[in-house]
Design a protein around this ligand. Sequence first.
Ligand SMILES: Nc1ncnc2c1ncn2[C@@H]1O[C@H](COP(=O)(O)OP(=O)(O)OP(=O)(O)O)[C@@H](O)[C@H]1O
Ligand SMILES: [Mg+2]
Length: 392
Amino acid sequence: MMDHKPNTIAVAGHVCLDVIPQFDQNRALGDAPIFEPGSLLKVGPALQSTGGVVSNTGLALHKLGIPVTLMGKIGDDLFGHEIIKQFKDVAPHLADNMIVSKDQPTSYSVVIDPPGVDRMFLHCPGANDTFSPDDLDTDALKDIALFHFGYPPIMKTMYENHGNNLASLMQRVKQTNTITSLDMCSVDPESEAGKISWEALLANVLPHVDLFLPSYDEIAFMLGYEVPKNDKDICTKQLNEIASKLISLGSSVIILKLGKQGLYLRTTDNAQAIEKLNLDPSWVGREVYSPCHYVKPVGATGAGDCTIAGFLAAVTIGQDPQKAASTATAVGAFSVLSMDATGGIQHLDIVNERLGTEWPRHDLEMNFSNWHHTPEGELLGPNDITAKSLKQ
Ligand SMILES: Nc1ncnc2c1ncn2[C@@H]1O[C@H](COP(=O)(O)OP(=O)(O)OP(=O)(O)O)[C@@H](O)[C@H]1O
Ligand SMILES: [Mg+2]
């Protein structure tokens, strides 16, 4: 793909700092400290950790060994400086293209996580709510092969007005001959973002998005499907229906992340669209399901973002769709090996080494009766061009 450009990926969009006061974990459950007006609660030092797609997908790509640059928008304040410092500590160049607002605060969350009760969050959207196409330094895109953007549902300027800003942002990136990629995050139906027409936004934005990689729950909500209470109730016919709709709106490659059910990949039947992206013809007309690789999970935070990092890495190094789906779920599995978002991620060479060994998959929970099982563990659907030719 894009052989005249280096393999650098830009990750743009939501970024924030999580500030997590440490509670005394030895307190008995019944003594769980509750805030009361006028009271003072003594806590330990605060952990500070960067979050959002820029941090999760961006740092995961870096750990995989893919050149990456981060393009989140922060304020010129204490939390903003901390975010820059943390990125620079990982690698000095990572923060070179961060956007610093002179008048907006850095987005942060205070995570209140006392023992024995559910976590509570205080969240300030800050500069994320003002991300605009003009923030993008198009000069910085000249060496970028792929531009990934995340979390429009929690970025006001990106979801308002039917996503006009998001559409023109992606359009500008495409004009620099860069592949565009988009991820969502869940939408709170009670919030302002929950009340907009996501179908109208997608119709506006997807013509400028080459790879669209939401999770199933998010896209089901956006398109007005009933979101199943249980992952097991997702059916493959509906996955194809949703992905086909998203392709008809303008994207060429769709991934639907399915939590513990792994992921579903569907690509356009239009060979010219695939050629325009400089992708191998093996990307035309594909329907691939990749079940999760089996690991003993420690924490699912950031699993979706790391899965995407695995997929984007696979695309930029020229893997075919079946292998790319497998790399994506493999990196997703590495990510659930740690409590934090990217602690479990290892270099792509190690991921490949693991993939070369016997690595069991999760049991199949959906109905795959008319699917072709590959020796590698992926399944090819009835709409997959290669599976069709296998039947003849
Ligand atoms: N227990 C697990 N074992 C192995 N892989 C897992 C497990 N849980 C999730 N994954 C992998 O992580 C991927 C992403 O999970 P999910 O569908 O929840 O994404 P998401 O909704 O975007 O998540 P996030 O909340 O991280 O944004 C799945 O497609 C799967 O491949
Ligand atoms: Mg996600």
